[in-house]
Design a protein around this ligand. Structure first.
Ligand SMILES: *Cc1c(COP(=O)(O)O)cnc(C)c1O
Length: 457
């Protein structure tokens, strides 16, 4: 087997900024130890997110020039609509400025107090948009997905038995829709099998509950199906994606992930009445239905990106570069979610820094150390992002404490990845010196974006 190479050559470059360790210590302190508060110019390798950070292709940039900025009926909208329809097969395509805008519209219409939305795992914005309406967001991930150390092919699957139990207990009339997130971002970017999507759909059908796919990383998921699920090895990724969506009644997507753009999203639906309601709300909050908060050029870039994302040379390189980083980390003894998912490495902070209790945010401590050691920016996905308080103000921690290192698409090369590896291993060697953190400021919702910390001890 030959080296899997980046399936592109570089046409335009952007310098990255080097800092000293002393500078980074000061930068982090100024940022309240919150990576979201660090100026991006002070980051050497930015693995904060794979969202909106993709490098666009020359054809996407050409599309930007070619974008039609007509307020209504722009040709860029029709190209976008066709691209989304080709992949999802949905009848009604509604552009939005990003994924959460699609969620906001969908849950404003379907949510409200007394309503419940099951999902394999809600992403943070999905959960926030559900809860904002007074409804409840329920995660029903398969057990194996909650154990970072267990290797399995489809750790993003919905727990079908639990879903059925949940529907019976809650009453189908209180469940406006069921969602399945591919890949499961909050649970380690783990894929969902076709079998599981089918079974979820058949349970939903029994109770007449529509199934929605949160499709942010549909192409990465489809590639895992091709690699791992018997019967799919000879199908194209496009055909696999089309089959995945054939079991859905609706789709929300942040185009900032698998559409390879810097901004954009959509809501795609089969139900005309729901589509009408969503469009009406779109016009109030986002814009007219043929641009939905985007510029015509953005719609062009999404349409082109959706064509490029199903390229199997790209997906092979994409999935392999994450797998490579994962293999080397495991060989060095660093605890991560195994096997790695499609877009990121997730360090298991509980095993990495067992001396730090969950209420002192072990993940946040590792995030700080990676920045100080090598100017690498990652993000905590654990008690900070998903922790709740009980009535005594005591933390209710989520099942996993993770640090996510998300790899932007087509941005970094092999040597960047090798450098990241060296820094993580360096921090791992010093792990016994890591200290806990306490929150000194937090917002009532999505607190991880703005919280400020102090080191303990
Ligand atoms: C990013 C993401 C969203 C939200 O999309 P934005 O474009 O950031 O608003 C929703 N669900 C999942 C799984 C995501 O990864």
């Amino acid at each position: 087997m030959k080296t899997i190479i980046e399936p592109f050559k570089i046409k335009s470059v952007e310098p990255i900024h080097f800092t000293t360790r002393e500078q980074r210590i000061e930068i982090l302190k100024q940022a309240g130890y919150n990576p979201f508060m660090i100026h991006a110019d002070d980051v050497l390798i930015d693995l904060l997110t794979d969202s909106g950070t993709s490098a666009m292709s020359s054809k996407q940039w050409a599309g930007i020039m070619d974008g039609d900025e007509s307020y209504a009926g722009s040709k860029s909208f029709y190209r976008f609509e066709e691209a989304v329809k080709k992949i999802t097969g949905m009848k009604f395509i509604i552009p939005t400025h990003q994924g959460r805008a699609a969620e906001k519209i969908l849950f404003t219409i379907t949510g409200g107090k007394g309503k419940y939305f099951p999902n394999n795992t809600h992403f943070d914005t999905t959960r926030a948009n559900v809860e904002f309406t007074g409804a409840e967001a329920i995660d029903l991930l398969v057990e194996v997905g909650k154990h970072p150390e267990i290797r399995a092919d489809f750790k993003g699957n919905m727990d079908i038995a639990e879903l059925r139990k949940f529907i019976i207990k809650t009453g189908k009339e209180n469940i406006p829709l069921c969602m399945i997130t591919v890949t499961n971002n909050s649970g380690g970017g783990q894929p969902v099998s076709m079998q599981n999507i089918k079974e979820t759909k058949s349970v939903c059908d029994e109770y007449n509950i529509p199934l929605f796919i949160d499709a942010c990383r549909f192409a990465e998921n489809a590639y895992f199906i091709k690699m791992r699920e018997p019967g799919y090895e000879n199908k194209t990724v496009l055909a696999i994606a089309q089959e995945m969506f054939s079991y859905a009644d609706g789709v929300t997507m942040s185009a900032k992930k698998d559409a390879l753009v810097n901004i954009g999203g959509f809501l795609a639906l089969n139900n005309e009445e729901l589509a009408m309601k969503c469009r009406n709300l779109l016009i109030v909050t986002e814009g007219f239905s043929t641009y939905g908060g985007l510029a015509g050029r953005d719609l062009e870039a999404v349409a082109q990106g959706l064509e490029e994302i199903v390229d199997e040379h790209y997906l092979q390189y994409r999935i392999r570069s994450i797998e490579y980083l994962g293999e080397k980390l495991v060989a060095a003894g660093v605890p991560i979610i195994e096997p790695p998912g499609g877009h990121a490495i997730y360090i298991d902070a509980k095993r990495f820094a067992p001396q730090i209790p969950q209420e002192q945010f072990p993940g946040q401590s590792i995030v700080s150390a990676l920045f100080i050691e090598g100017g690498i920016r990652g993000v905590e996905i654990g008690s900070l992002m998903f922790g709740k308080y009980d009535s005594y103000g005591k933390l209710i921690p989520p099942p996993m404490e993770l640090v996510r290192l998300a790899v932007p698409r087509r941005v970094y090369t092999q040597s960047h990845i090798d450098f990241v590896l060296e820094i993580i291993i360096e921090v791992f060697k010093k792990r016994s010196t890591l200290k806990g953190y306490k929150i000194v400021y937090e917002a009532p919702m999505l607190r991880h974006f703005t919280a400020r910390f102090e080191e303990i001890g």
